[in-house]
Design a protein around this ligand. Structure first.
Ligand code: B16
Ligand code: MG
Length: 222
């Protein structure tokens, strides 16, 4: 099937920067205070999942029930710890090849949007100096439905003035790949193929695809 890709939709955490390690530090601090065991493996399962859903899962693993107020307090506390972690971030944390790919995509006339579950997306993009690389930002402050619901990417396409079929999503999380496919978009996963096999293509990093248009033209013959 051939498609004409005109827009790129980027996930943030795990695609542009590796913030999973900071989410881990903050969630683990909370889990420790609640007496819940929380490992790297469990953290993997939270990738692409919203803050409130991440909390629900961790509490579920620990078999702990909290009131709505207590949940809100822990989410605020976790976010405060997370903000401490990301306060030191700078452009050096941009993942390999990403800046070059974004710049080249813009030069080649593609539209670019962010599609992230994070409520901290804008401050992170500001800190790493990439806010201006995006024509539209759709993040956790905009959407209500969490990935694998396609809302975040559908809204991204809409804001770029494109149909979902004209967009290519870059994702690192299983839930995000599912969201892209549910939205009828082409999906390139970034990471290890083992859990991302549902995507149309898996790359290790953006160094694998230095030329956006060349990559996207190749899609049309898929
Ligand atoms: P926040 P993405 C997601 O970002 C993360 O992958 C996920 O681990 C996190 O819980 C979620 O953002 C919410 O983040 O607490 O900052 O609002 O991968 O969709 O860019
Ligand atoms: Mg992600």
């Amino acid at each position: 099937r051939s498609r004409m890709i005109r827009g790129l939709l980027f996930d943030l955490d795990g695609v542009i920067v590796d913030t999973a390690k900071y989410h881990f530090v903050a969630w683990q601090r909370m889990a420790a205070e609640l007496g819940i065991h929380f490992s790297h493996e469990e953290n993997e399962q939270l990738k692409g999942i919203s803050r409130v859903e991440s909390l629900e899962r961790i509490l579920g693993w620990g078999g702990i029930a909290l009131s709505t107020e207590e949940k809100q307090r822990w989410m605020d506390q976790k976010n405060a710890w997370y903000l401490e972690c990301i306060a030191q971030m700078g452009p050096e944390e941009i993942l390999p090849g990403v800046s070059e790919f974004l710049a080249e995509a813009r030069t080649q006339g593609l539209s670019i949007a962010l599609g992230s579950a994070s409520k901290n997306a804008v401050p992170i993009l500001e800190r790493i100096g990439l806010l201006d690389a995006f024509d539209a930002i759709v993040d956790g402050t905009v959407v209500t439905a969490s990935k694998p619901n396609p809302e975040v990417f559908l809204e991204g396409a809409r804001r770029l003035g494109l149909s979902p079929e004209e967009c290519c999503v870059f994702e690192d999380a299983e839930a995000g790949v599912e969201a892209a496919l549910a939205g009828n978009m082409y999906c390139i996963a970034v990471g290890k193929p083992d859990h991302l096999g549902a995507a149309h293509r898996v790359i290790q990093s953006f160094l694998d695809i230095p030329d956006p248009v060349e990559t996207l033209l190749a899609l049309e013959t898929d």
